[in-house]
Design a protein around this ligand. Structure first.
Ligand SMILES: [Mg+2]
Length: 269
């Protein structure tokens, strides 16, 4: 559950291309990969849970600094964040539905992308049931179900159910130090032969995006967030965005041939 990428190379190589690379199904010329928390949404749902129901913002921010400076793995600090929350899972989801809001430009971007055959693939370090609940709430369930989501997941702790006090734990997507190494999903698309390879976009805001930052043709990094600093330090070309209306305008120009991905990577504005 929660993963569309196959961990089994033998199974992967015998499966049809569109099963292994589901975003190719409609033969798109562009694919838009995106983070969920703090990118599609205005607040990060995991940060919200940690700050309000778990060990608090100060400890969380310290952990993020440790990841950015390379002292600790994201996986480990994220596990600690989630382990600090004992609120039943259904109550966590209720809290998030009341407090998390959608990026102001995302709905318009979503419909434009669907009209123009630009598949959106959500790559998230968050947990799939929360992402599905929030997207269903924002877009309607049928619309939300059209989005491919590759993320971490949740499972009951031994002898408990998700909705018990202390009843749930995060289940990571893969064995990487990121918990979910987002490059695993992007790289098979990036490695396609040049004449079959769509142009790849990525949008993100923070430490969960470090694994994806170097993989696509154009990276949109949320203004004034951790990912901007990281891209500058690592010399990853990027452009910033405040909300998805800016992303939409840039992607429209690229699709119309008015702007190249290279010229769009203007760095910090
Ligand atoms: Mg994020």
């Amino acid at each position: 559950m929660g993963s569309v990428s196959s961990p089994n190379p033998a199974a992967a190589s015998s499966a049809p291309l569109t099963l292994r690379l589901p975003a190719l199904q409609t033969s798109p010329k562009y694919i838009f990969f995106t983070d969920f928390d703090g990118t599609i949404t205005q607040q990060d749902s995991n940060d919200f849970l940690t700050d309000n129901l778990g060990y608090g913002a100060a400890k969380r921010k310290g952990g993020n600094q440790d990841v950015l400076s390379g002292r600790r793995h994201f996986r480990d600090i994220f596990q600690e964040m989630m382990d600090s929350i004992s609120t039943p899972y259904d109550q966590c989801i209720d809290q998030l539905l009341k407090n998390i809001t959608l990026d102001e430009g995302f709905k318009e971007f979503f419909y434009w992308a669907r009209e123009n055959n630009v598949p959106i693939v959500v790559l998230s370090g968050g947990m799939e049931p929360i992402i599905r609940a929030l997207l269903g709430h924002f877009l309607g369930k049928d619309e939300a179900d059209t989005l491919q989501i590759v993320s971490n997941d949740v499972a009951p702790r031994p002898g408990k159910s998700l909705n018990d006090e202390g009843g749930w734990q995060i289940v990571f997507h893969d064995a990487s130090g990121f918990g979910h190494d987002k490059s695993i999903e992007i790289r098979p698309y990036a490695d396609l032969p040049e004449n079959e390879r769509p142009v790849l976009f990525y949008a993100g805001d923070g430490v969960s995006d470090l694994s994806a930052a170097k993989e696509t043709d154009l990276l949109f990094a949320k203004a004034a967030r951790d990912l901007v600093t990281y891209c500058e330090n690592e010399h990853v070309p990027f452009t910033t965005f405040e909300d998805f209306s800016e992303i939409l305008s840039t992607v429209k120009d690229i699709v119309a041939g008015k702007l190249s991905v290279k010229d769009a990577a203007t760095g910090r504005k």
